[in-house]
Write a protein that binds this ligand. Structure first.
Ligand SMILES: [Zn+2]
Length: 135
C-alpha cells in the first residue's frame, strides 16, 4: 500500500501573510495596535479587546518547549517515514503558543521549558512549515 501525500494547510484569507512569511523564512505573528497583545493563530480581530486594528510583526523565533510528545508508531500514513517525530507546543518569547514539530532533537533529551528556535522546512512550492529545534 502506498502512503498518501502529506496534507497541506488550509489557508484562510486573513492567514495568507503568515504563509507568505514562512516562504521567506520569517515567522510572522499578529499584534493588536489597540492593546498591544500578540496574537497567534491568525485572526481577524484581537481576542483580548476585539479591535480589528491588528498588524503583522516578525517574531524573534525564539521560545521554549511548553509540551511535547514523541510519536514512535503510526498506522500507514504520510508521516510513517518521519518516525520517530515530535509534536510539540512551543511558547514564543512574545507569549503566544504554536503547535509545531521539533527537529534535530535526536542527540538531546527533550524537556519542558527548554529553549528552542525556529527553523523552516519547505514542504512544496506553496508551503514552508515553521518548525523548532533545541538551542
Ligand atoms: Zn487588543
Amino acid at each position: 500500500m502506498e502512503n498518501p501525500n502529506k496534507p497541506t494547510p488550509v489557508v484562510n484569507e486573513w492567514a495568507r501573510p503568515f504563509w507568505e512569511g514562512t516562504r521567506q523564512h520569517k515567522l510572522l505573528i499578529q499584534q493588536c495596535k489597540e492593546c498591544g497583545a500578540y496574537i497567534f493563530y491568525p485572526r481577524m480581530c484581537c481576542p483580548e479587546c476585539f479591535s480589528q486594528d491588528i498588524a503583522w510583526v516578525e517574531s524573534s523565533g525564539r521560545g521554549t518547549l511548553y509540551s511535547f510528545t514523541i510519536v514512535e508508531n503510526n498506522p500507514p500514513s504520510a508521516f510513517l517515514q518521519d518516525l520517530p517525530y515530535v509534536v510539540a507546543i512551543v511558547k514564543l518569547e512574545e507569549g503566544v503558543q504554536m503547535l509545531t514539530n521539533i527537529v534535530d532533537w535526536q542527540s538531546t533529551t527533550l524537556r519542558c521549558d527548554m529553549p528552542v528556535v525556529v527553523t523552516f522546512e519547505k514542504l512544496n512550492e506553496e508551503f514552508t512549515l515553521p518548525k523548532f529545534r533545541p538551542v
